[in-house]
Design a binder for this molecule. Structure first.
Ligand code: SF4
Length: 322
C-alpha cells in the first residue's frame, strides 16, 4: 500500500500589487488561495485548469521554488515550509521539476553532459568519471546518444531538449517530480513520445508526479487522480475514471464537454462558459465560479462552498452537493 508522500495544507501564494512612486502595497494577486490535497507515493496526480488559474504557482510553491504566503507542505511527514537552506538542498535531491520550456533550465554555454552532471556536482555525488558514466547512461535511457553529452542546447530539437530536461530532473534519483506543462511547447508529433517516456520512467524510478497541464486529453492519459483548479482553488478531485465518466462540478463538466470522446455513445453536450475568468486580485464573493456557472443559485453568490468528500473518495466544492 502506497503511503502519503506530500500533504499540502491550506497553501496560499499571493503576489503583491504595488502602485505609486513609493510602490505602496495596494492589493494581492491570489494565485493560490487555500489549497489542500495529498500526493501518494508512486502516483500521478494531475492538476488541470485554464491558463492563469494558479496551477504553476502551486507547483512551484510545493517545491519552495517560490515561498508560500501561508499554509504547510509536508514531505514524508516533515513540514518543509520551515526548512532552511541546508535542508532545502537535501529536498532538491528528493523533489525535482520538469519545466515547460527546457531551454530555460539549460545554460546555453554548457554542454548537455555538463548541464546534467552539474546537478550531481552540486550534491557532491560521485567522482568525475562516475558522474560522466551516470550522465551517459541516463541520456541513453531518455532516448539520446552518448555523443549528446558533447552537444550544446542550440544543437538539439525541442523534443531532445525536453529529454535532457527529464534526465536533469532524474539524475539524483528523486521520489517526487513536478512536471509543469512538460509537453505543451512541443510539436504534436513528439508529445506522445515524451508522455510515454515520462510514464515509463515513473515505474522504473518509483516516482510520484504532480503533472500540471491545461490539456484534459493529456491529463486523462497520464493521471491516476485529477485535481481541477479554478481561480486559485481546487474545486474537484477524483480518480481519472470518476472524473471523466461522471464529473460533478459544473466547471469540470464544462471543461470535459470540450474534450473529444472516441465512443459516440458517450458523446457529451458541449457547454460553453459565458464571460471571462474573473481577476484573481478581486475574486467574486461566494462561489468563485458563480459569474460563469450555468447552474448558479442564490446561495452561490453569498456563500463559498467547501471542498467536501463524496462517495468513492472524491471531493467536490459546490452547493449543488449540500
Ligand atoms: Fe455553480 Fe453554485 Fe456550484 Fe458554484 S456552488 S459551481 S455557482 S452551482
Amino acid at each position: 500500500m502506497n503511503r502519503r508522500l506530500v500533504e499540502v495544507e491550506n497553501l496560499k501564494k499571493y503576489y503583491p500589487v504595488t502602485a505609486g512612486l513609493l510602490s505602496r502595497h495596494v492589493a494581492d494577486v491570489r494565485a493560490v488561495d487555500g489549497v489542500s490535497f495529498n500526493i501518494m507515493e508512486k502516483e500521478t496526480l494531475g492538476l488541470v485548469g485554464e491558463s492563469g488559474c494558479g496551477k504553476s504557482s502551486l507547483g512551484r510553491a510545493i517545491l519552495r521554488l517560490e515561498e508560500p504566503t501561508a499554509g504547510r507542505v509536508l514531505y514524508k511527514g516533515n513540514d518543509i515550509t520551515t526548512w532552511g537552506r541546508r535542508q532545502l538542498k537535501e529536498l532538491r535531491k528528493e523533489a525535482q521539476m520538469i519545466f515547460q520550456d527546457p531551454q530555460s533550465s539549460l545554460d546555453p554555454k554548457m554542454t548537455i553532459g555538463d548541464s546534467i552532471g552539474e546537478v550531481l556536482l552540486i550534491h557532491g555525488i560521485g567522482t568525475e568519471q562516475e558522474r560522466l558514466e551516470k550522465v551517459t547512461e541516463l541520456l541513453q535511457r531518455v532516448g539520446l546518444e552518448p555523443e549528446h553529452t558533447m552537444r550544446y542546447p542550440h544543437e538539439l530539437s525541442g523534443g531532445q531538449k525536453q529529454r535532457v530536461g527529464i534526465a536533469r530532473a532524474l539524475v539524483v534519483n528523486p521520489k517526487l517530480v513536478v512536471a509543469d506543462e512538460p509537453v505543451s511547447a512541443l510539436d504534436v508529433s513528439v508529445q506522445a513520445q515524451i508522455l510515454n517516456l515520462i510514464m515509463d520512467l515513473q515505474h522504473e524510478f518509483g516516482l510520484a508526479y504532480l503533472f500540471i497541464t491545461h490539456d484534459l486529453a493529456v491529463i486523462g492519459h497520464v493521471s491516476d487522480r485529477i485535481a481541477v483548479m479554478y481561480l486559485g482553488q481546487i474545486i474537484e478531485l477524483a480518480n481519472r475514471k470518476q472524473l471523466f465518466s461522471h464529473p460533478l462540478h459544473p466547471y469540470t463538466e464544462a471543461l470535459l464537454s470540450a474534450v473529444s470522446v472516441p465512443d459516440p455513445h458517450q458523446k457529451r453536450k458541449r457547454t460553453s462558459l459565458p464571460g471571462e475568468v474573473p481577476s484573481p486580485v478581486e475574486p467574486p464573493p461566494g462561489c468563485r465560479f458563480h459569474t460563469r456557472c450555468p447552474k448558479v443559485m442564490e446561495i452561490c453568490r453569498q456563500e463559498s462552498p467547501v471542498l467536501r468528500p463524496r462517495t468513492g473518495g472524491r471531493l467536490v466544492s459546490c452547493h449543488l452537493y449540500g
